[in-house]
Design a protein around this ligand. Structure first.
Ligand code: IMP
Length: 429
């Protein structure tokens, strides 16, 4: 197996970064394929904390990074991130990072539109406010500027004028100030010389690497339940988050035939608005948030916390073609008397296996729980299954049964090497 796709199996923040980091050790290339700098990946390496948003985590393992065409790129955010990691000792150069020439440019006006759209919504999505949605809308609307245009100031001006005409019409109608073409253009032209050396047909690079049998790791951002089509719409992000997106968002069609590792927290969290059937409100939710340190990497927003929803996890496994699971933050559950897992729902008292698509019905959903015994012992830092208490092993077995996929990896602390490895995603078909 020379291709592994890592995706989130819940609502994001499952700890994909550290799983990618682990697998990247034996990869040759690591490619991002969706989202933008709404993603936040925190990694702890030898006590040093790294926070990445656009840069593929594999760069920390010295692997070649690729930002695929499925990513929306805010040039200022990207260069600031490159400078930030450089100050921490990691040099990102055109030798170590390739950015797709057909990736979409995220403009300052997209950020303004993100806020303007949220203000208009009867039910705000609770976006990260980074302009991600409006940038993807422009791509679908054929107004987007692709990174390749940064090389040609005249074409850039033409494309920018078209995009800003549209953005300004929307913004001024809502009473927001318009963006000045010359000012935005000057900003882009100032950044272009630093960005251009990274920009290339990344799809070719990836296909050639694949044909040469090199190992490619696809690093998903967000997660299946935030997928624009299969997630808890409309409280989702605006890009695809599954392996099909890994293929289309890099131009390596065979990506979707790789191993698909779904990362899942041992409980559940969500940032922003939207359905969360197993959410714990009040003191119980606060306690889980404290124990798990559940605050957003990028935005610092407190995350909503709750029990594992195995019914939605099973949906992620099926929709995302997940072949193996990675379970993270098991240690956060240490010391809890009992644990609950949601196995399905009731709507108006009638049993229902799947979470409804219709929004009105969702308001009437009640989760159905199964209760399992907790464990008193610490699982923190465990590196073998034998080191776990039997109740923890039983919890993991039950997740496998309900989700319909085997657990390959279990992480037991924020440290890079505190992992129980049961299967090797690179070794299996
Ligand atoms: P957007 O992607 O900024 O448009 O936000 C849409 C929804 O996705 C919001 O509920 C965000 O909180 C959520 N979201 C976006 N990126 C992430 C992420 O990396 N982790 C967790 N949630 C995210």
């Amino acid at each position: 197996m020379n291709k592994v796709v890592v995706i989130g199996a819940q609502w994001g923040d499952e700890g994909k970064g550290r799983i990618v980091d682990l697998l990247a050790e034996r990869a040759d290339l690591v490619a991002r394929f969706n989202g933008g700098h709404n993603a936040g990946h925190t990694l702890v390496v030898n006590g040093q904390t790294w926070k990445l948003a656009l840069l593929p985590c594999g760069l920390l393992r010295g692997k070649k990074g690729v930002i695929g065409n499925g990513v929306v790129v805010d040039p200022q955010a990207l260069l600031a991130e490159i400078d930030r990691v450089a100050a921490q000792g990691l040099a990102v150069t055109p030798d170590t990072l390739a950015i797709a020439d057909n990736a979409t440019l995220l403009l300052p006006s997209h950020v303004a539109l993100d806020a303007a759209q949220e203000a208009l919504r009867a039910q705000p999505v609770g976006t990260t406010g980074r302009g991600i949605g409006p940038a993807f809308e422009d791509r679908a609307g054929r107004r987007a500027i692709r990174l390749a245009e940064l090389a040609d100031p005249a074409m850039l001006r033409l494309r920018l004028a078209e995009a800003l005409a549209y953005h300004n019409a929307l913004l001024t109608a809502q009473g927001y100030p318009a963006f000045d073409l010359e000012a935005v253009l000057a900003g882009l032209l100032e950044l272009a010389p630093r960005l251009l050396p990274f920009i290339q047909p990344a799809w070719q690079l990836l296909n050639e690497a694949d044909e040469a049998g090199r190992r490619i790791l696809f690093e998903g951002a967000q997660a299946m339940l935030l997928d624009v089509e299969h997630g808890t719409y409309p409280f989702v992000t605006s890009s695809g988050t599954g392996p099909a997106q890994a293929a289309s968002g890099t131009g390596l069609g065979g990506a979707a035939r790789g191993q698909v590792l779904g990362v899942c927290k041992a409980y559940a969290t969500r940032v922003g608005e939207g359905p969360f059937p197993t959410e714990l409100l009040g003191a119980a939710g606060d306690a889980l948030r404290q124990r798990g340190g559940e605050y957003g990497t990028n935005t610092g927003r407190p995350r909503r916390c709750g029990w594992l929803d195995a019914a939605l996890l099973r949906k992620s496994v099926r929709v995302g073609g997940i072949t193996q699971l990675a379970l993270t933050k098991l240690d956060v559950l240490d010391g809890m008397e009992e644990l609950r897992i949601c196995t399905g729902y009731r709507v108006d008292g009638a049993p229902r296996a799947d979470y409804p698509a219709a929004m009105a019905e969702r308001g009437r959903v009640e989760p159905v729980y199964e209760t399992l015994p907790g464990w008193r012992e610490s699982t923190r830092g465990a590196r073998s299954l034998d080191a776990l208490p039997e109740a923890a092993r039983a919890y993991i077995r039950r997740i496998e049964q309900l989700a319909g996929a085997p657990v390959a990896l279990i992480s037991t602390s924020a440290e890079r090497d505190d992992v129980i490895q049961l299967r090797d995603p690179w070794a299996e078909r």
